[in-house]
Design a protein around this ligand. Structure first.
Ligand SMILES: O=C(CO)[C@@H](O)[C@H](O)[C@H](O)[C@H](O)COP(=O)(O)O
Ligand SMILES: [Zn+2]
Length: 186
């Protein structure tokens, strides 16, 4: 537990600036009619869905729904891509089908090394979408993708601790987006 508390302290210093930049990018995307496409595996798939639900429905205030889609929950889409092509393409193929240049990819991987998430970031770049990446450890391959505009990396070896910080980051992002877009109504 102390480990997690210390990590939160460190992250306040290292992540404040990239979180602000990520929120500015997300607000700009949503204000010009774009949408957020989110992806990740395992616990990070749950985080992608959790975040999309907060944008589409509500976070802490009632406001209009904001456009977000988690690419993690349609079993037919995912199994057909994995079966006909490969598991590495389950997100990139959805990005190719659903993504537009004004959209934004939220790519989540605690290792940074999930091939399907890395491929999604590359597919997003190919159609001119911006990417915010949440990673851990040394950032992995996703941390090295040059077209990732904002990298929120949790420099810690433990996947659960990284996930705990990721969901904190995602809640802060929701808060910043709501404050910026609907501040007076908050
Ligand atoms: O939730 C957990 C561990 O806390 C696991 O389900 C974890 O998300 C899975 O092993 C993922 O496949 C890990 O992928 P990634 O975060 O390295 O991209
Ligand atoms: Zn977990």
């Amino acid at each position: 537990m102390h480990d997690g508390i210390e990590l939160r302290r460190q992250c306040i210093d290292t992540l404040s600036e990239p979180l602000l930049k990520a929120s500015e990018m997300m607000v700009a995307c949503l204000q010009k009619g774009g949408k957020v496409l989110a992806c990740g595996n395992g616990g990070s798939a749950a985080d992608a869905q959790h975040f999309a639900a907060e944008l589409v429905n509500r976070f802490e205030m009632n406001r209009r729904g904001l456009a977000a889609v988690a690419m993690t929950h349609d079993a037919s889409v995912i199994t057909s891509i994995a079966n006909d092509f490969s598991f590495d393409r389950i997100f990139s193929r959805q990005v190719e089908a659903l993504g537009r240049p004004e959209d934004l990819l939220l790519a989540i991987s605690t290792s940074g090394n999930s091939e399907n998430v890395v491929a999604a970031a590359k597919a997003a770049a190919a159609i001119g979408m911006q990417t915010i990446a949440l990673t851990g450890k040394d950032g992995g391959l996703l941390g090295q993708v040059e077209t990732v505009q904002v990298l929120l990396n949790i420099d810690h070896p433990s996947t659960p601790r990284i996930q705990e910080m990721h969901i904190t980051c995602l809640h802060i992002l929701c808060s910043l987006v709501d404050e910026t877009m609907f501040g007076d109504d908050a």
